[in-house]
Write a protein that binds this ligand. Structure first.
Ligand code: PLP
Length: 488
């Protein structure tokens, strides 16, 4: 008797089912997105929890179409839409359509770019993109790198390489507790997280002071390095951030490079956010000196309009990656004559995310990506002026990239009152669904944050968001005053 094939497994004989499944999904999505008028439905956690809990996972629907309709209700109806112009909260971008086409291929072919025999041309495509990115950074032909799941993993890997280089130079693996990383408090929290994962001491990340604008103070860096050495500890890496998550500040990369070169310290640049500048026609100079880094983190899923995940770590001296190579007979034996990317990755099975960027570059080209990134930086400057012109609002500082920190603080509201109101206001705005902004604290005070990564967001949209915030702010202060009046 012949075995019957599952109609649900992708193969040459299930292509009708495949094309209808993919078509159905995209049609359903298009149908939903057509009706989207705001970034969020406003659904409460408890409501969504009930709906998700009500699904019996042990009773399949048997049909992709039916499952899709269920998912449309559970997920799409309450998704947060980053393409909506009043979504201005976190570092999420609207995505490039060529990359979405690539996603269709990536997931169906299901290549794994760990070894050559699971990916072939995929490996070569990934390597070309690493070379391309290295070229944009200004690295020479010795550069190398690997795609990762995100900036967090890229930073971890960079610091792992720094640790291994430092330990090799010391020829003493017992030195790990004495290793130190230098970064400002504005640096991404994945730096401290990495230090923990790498087995470093609790105080291993030395906080370097910033100048008034939130950029690393290089005199303070030099002093901190000296102090660490005086204490008998070992400088392992300096992390400069090119685009801090909150203020978008860029540490003085060239000056820090000079210090690292003279001191023989690994220099990592976290450009998870600022990497969009690599393709900017107007602001590339803001990254001058990045070509002197030992390693660079880039997040294509932030500033290149790529779907999650798409990130890379790129290193100036490719040979520094060899220290993490581990060989398994079944996968990548030492004597392999083909390129096995797994030697350079913290992951084993790994998505062929590189194809998304490839498709984007081949369709749109780097200039268009750079222009879109420039457009959102321009928009942040517009937002800053808009806020400055409005008596009910104040901005913390002029933007460097595409974030603006601000708060609603009409005449007569003191700072303590404002600090208390802002997080609640942000929450109410979120559950209203019409606009989403982020929030953060700076120097103990709470600020709202616009993060602009959508070139379709207009000044008019931003004005609408401010008006909405004002409306909610007035409503909340009104409620509070009424409550105090009742109590009195
Ligand atoms: C977002 C971000 C990261 C982390 O990247 P993920 O892709 O979210 O893991 C690291 N550094 C900076 C500066 C970031 O903005």
């Amino acid at each position: 008797m012949e075995r019957s094939e599952s109609p649900h497994l992708f193969s040459g004989s299930t292509l009708d089912s495949y094309t209808s499944g993919v078509w159905h999904a995209s049609a359903l999505l298009a149908d939903r997105v057509k009706a989207v008028r705001q970034p969020y439905s406003g659904a409460a956690v408890a409501d969504l929890q009930d709906q998700v809990d009500a699904v019996d996972l042990d009773r399949p629907l048997g049909d992709t179409g039916a499952a899709l309709h269920e998912v449309a209700r559970l997920y799409l109806d309450n998704a947060v839409w980053f393409h909506e112009p009043t979504y201005v909260a976190h570092l999420n971008c609207p995505v490039a359509i060529p990359a979405l086409s690539a996603e269709v291929l990536i997931s169906a072919v299901n290549s794994s770019v760990d070894t050559w025999d699971q990916s072939t041309a995929g490996t070569l495509i990934e390597r070309r993109l690493i070379d391309w990115t290295a070229g944009r950074i200004g690295f020479g032909p010795g550069a190398d790198g690997i795609f990762t799941s995100g900036g967090t993993q890229s930073n971890l890997q960079a610091l792992l390489l720094a640790r291994e280089e430092t330990l090799a130079a010391l020829d003493d693996r017992s030195a790990i507790p004495r290793l130190r990383i230098f970064a400002t408090t504005e640096s991404h929290f994945s730096v401290s997280k990495s230090a923990g994962i790498l087995g470093m001491a609790a105080g291993a990340v030395v906080g370097v002071a910033t100048d008034g604008a939130g950029r690393m103070d290089t005199a303070a860096l030099a002093a901190a390095i000296e102090e660490v050495r005086r204490d008998g500890d070992v400088p392992m890496a300096v992390v400069a951030t090119a685009g801090t998550t909150d203020l978008g500040r860029i540490d003085p990369v060239a000056e820090i490079a000079a210090i690292c070169e003279s001191q023989g310290i690994w220099f990592h640049v976290d450009a998870a956010y600022g990497c969009g500048l690599l393709v900017s026609q107007r602001r590339r100079h803001l990254l001058d000196g990045i070509e002197r880094a030992d390693s660079v983190t880039v997040d294509f899923h932030k500033s290149y309009f790529q779907p999650v995940s798409s990130s890379a770590i790129v290193v100036r001296r490719g040979e520094t990656m060899r220290r993490i190579a581990v060989h398994a007979d079944y996968l990548n034996p030492r004597a392999a004559t083909v390129p096995n990317q797994v030697d350079k990755s913290l992951q084993t099975t790994r998505r062929f995310d590189a194809l998304k960027l490839w498709m984007t570059l081949r369709t749109m080209g780097a200039e268009q990506i750079g222009d879109m990134f420039d457009a959102v930086v321009d928009r942040a400057h517009d937002a800053y002026l808009l806020i400055g012109d409005d008596q009910d609002f104040e901005a913390l500082a002029a933007p460097t990239l595409s974030t603006v920190l601000f708060r609603y603080r009409p005449a007569g509201m003191d700072v303590a009152e404002c600090d208390e109101l802002m997080p609640k206001l942000r929450q109410r705005l979120f559950y209203g669904g019409r606009a989403i902004v982020a929030g953060t604290t700076v120097g103990g005070h709470y600020w709202l944050k616009f993060t602009l990564l959508n070139p379709n967001t207009t000044v008019g949209n931003l004005r609408d968001v401010l008006d909405l915030i004002r409306e909610i702010g007035r409503e909340m202060t009104g409620e509070r005053d009424a409550a105090t009046a009742v109590m009195a």
